[in-house]
Write a new protein. Structure first.
Ligand code: Q46
Ligand code: ZN
Ligand code: ZN
Length: 304
């Protein structure tokens, strides 16, 4: 197995590209793919202050590393979700990376700041853990970007993640979600700009990237992810990919090139006029935002 570029021994094959790479050219390929995604979708400008949503997993740490290497001013934001050992270990990985790269890590601990964590907050508010967690993460990222003066929040969603979400949305023809499934969302109504620079790289490459770069990441999945529908979609797509490499990339990127535009109107129709939350000031359709309602409910139940 020889590197496509230099013919030296390769360390990884990327079947959808029909190519093998040595360490040096694999890292270069990853950087090139991120650059391509950023340029093609107008995700970042050179002087932008970037906030990376860091979970301690391979994708977000690889993304942070790649952006620093590409010369971006990128700080990390880690949210302490309070999910037992999983949170302890993932926080340790995020801190170790920041220290090794001499990068700035902003930390927000849900329990300290808002008085609840994901397991007890979700229970108290009678929401599925991932739904409470998603709501909390979005709120904290938006607020941290606003308060910290960041231009854009980036997340480590990779090709496998986006293809699985697209698959789910297509299976049920959720046209409103299809209209919102863009790799970059411009800033609007008090929300920061959001972008996903890893959409041209797969899960396996991100794991290999971390190994090659000596980045310690949390390998275990969050224990609350069990039963998540997207895991099944990923498996189904992986089976298709095994017999027909490139299927996943074509499915998602051809959607972006040829079909995504057609659904944008659906998302616009569903978009309500927003006002400032009467409790935290974040944009919301009316009154108190969903996050403040979750917080209030969780605090009452937990205190009782
Ligand atoms: S952290 Fe949170 Fe995920 Fe855990 S509770 Fe669900 S959403 S699975 S990315
Ligand atoms: Zn090479
Ligand atoms: Zn609020």
């Amino acid at each position: 197995m020889k590197c496509r570029v230099c013919r030296e021994p390769a360390i990884i094959d990327v079947r959808r590209q029909n190519a093998n790479y040595c360490t040096e050219h694999f890292l270069r390929m990853c950087r090139d793919q991120v650059t391509k995604a950023i340029e093609r979708h107008d995700m970042l400008s050179p002087g932008d202050a970037v906030l990376v949503a860091v979970s301690g997993g391979k994708d977000s740490l690889a993304l942070w590393d790649l952006l620093l290497d590409l010369g971006y001013r990128a700080d990390g934001l880690y949210i302490g979700l309070g999910i037992g050992e999983y949170s302890d270990a993932s926080g340790a990985c995020a801190r170790a990376f920041a220290e090794a790269r001499d990068a700035t890590l902003v930390e927000v601990d849900l329990r300290t700041r808002y008085g609840f964590d994901i397991p007890n907050g979700a229970k108290a508010a009678r929401r599925a853990p991932c739904s409470a967690c998603g709501l909390a993460k979005r709120h904290v990222f938006d607020e941290a970007a606003r308060l910290g003066g960041y231009d854009v929040v980036v997340t480590g969603h990779n090709l496998d993640d986006e293809a699985a979400v697209l698959f789910g949305n297509v299976l049920r023809w959720q046209t409103e979600y299809l209209g919102r499934q863009q790799p970059v969302l411009p800033a609007r109504d008090g929300f920061p700009k959001k972008a996903k620079p890893l959409i041209r790289l797969g899960e396996r490459e991100m794991a290999a990237y971390c190994v090659v770069r000596g980045i310690d990441y949390i390998v275990e999945e969050c224990p609350m992810a069990a039963g998540n529908r997207h895991l099944g979609y990923k498996e189904a797509l992986n089976q298709l990919e095994a017999t027909s490499p490139g299927t996943k990339f074509a499915f998602y990127h051809e959607f972006l090139d040829k079909a995504a535009e057609r659904f944008v109107g659906e998302a616009d129709d569903a978009r309500e006029a927003l006002v400032a939350c009467d409790s935290c000031g974040a944009p919301t359709p009316s009154g108190t935002c969903a996050f403040c309602r979750l917080t209030a409910r969780a605090q009452v139940e937990i205190r009782a």
